[in-house]
Write a protein that binds this ligand. Structure first.
Ligand SMILES: NC(=O)c1ccc[n+]([C@@H]2O[C@H](COP(=O)([O-])OP(=O)(O)OC[C@H]3O[C@@H](n4cnc5c(N)ncnc54)[C@H](OP(=O)(O)O)[C@@H]3O)[C@@H](O)[C@H]2O)c1
Length: 163
């Protein structure tokens, strides 16, 4: 069984998106996302796929879940989450990359969370589920104060599920 990981960037009040877009772009966060997910499988909801500026993410197996009979260039399509997971049974670690709907459906089965907390409020219409702190312990934490190039204070925090 592959390890199921969630990766997300979360602003104040669990906000993650607005009008099917990310709330902000932090280059270090985008680099970390790429470094962690490269050569792995990423699973996303249809809305998240449609939000990607260049479509399928290169050098990754992209799986899009939708209830509809649709095709997406460079992607495998799954019609249920179970079907998506079955497409990666041989893999070591797979990444749920959003959006809100996918995060809510997988938070209780995920093994690992790679979260970026952005300490700023944004107007939002998409949210990450509230973490049950009894279920998780921190395995990594790295703070990034705001700088001239990056106006946001953020932290990378990884969690693993308690046994
Ligand atoms: N901050 C972050 O890290 C981050 C990351 C990714 C996305 N986001 C943001 O999240 C927002 C999008 O979230 P969202 O909840 O609207 O959309 P989403 O989770 O990306 O996609 C939802 C769609 O996926 C399909 N779907 C979901 N669960 C399914 C299932 N079990 N079986 C089959 N199909 C399923 C459905 O498509 P059909 O309607 O076609 O059936 C559903 O309408 C955007 O604002 C985006 O920018 C943020």
């Amino acid at each position: 069984m592959p390890k199921l990981s969630i990766i997300a960037a979360i602003a104040a009040h669990n906000a993650i998106g607005k009008n099917n877009q990310l709330l902000c772009h932090i280059s270090e966060d985008l680099q970390r996302f790429k470094q962690l997910t490269l050569n792995h499988t990423v699973i996303m909801g249809r809305n998240t796929f449609l939000s990607l500026p260049k479509g399928a993410l290169p050098k990754r197996k992209n799986i899009v879940v939708t209830t509809q009979s649709l095709q997406f260039p460079g992607c495998l399509v799954a019609h249920t989450l179970e079907e998506a997971l079955q497409l990666c049974e041989e893999e070591e670690e797979i990444f749920i990359i959003g959006g809100s709907s996918l995060y809510h459906q997988t938070i209780n089965q995920a093994d690992k969370l790679y979260l970026t907390y952005i300490y700023a409020p944004f107007e939002a219409d998409a949210f990450f589920p509230t973490l049950d702190s009894a279920q998780w312990h921190t395995t990594f934490s790295e703070d990034h104060p705001e700088t001239d190039v990056n106006p946001y204070h953020f932290s990378f925090i990884n969690y693993e599920r308690n046994d």
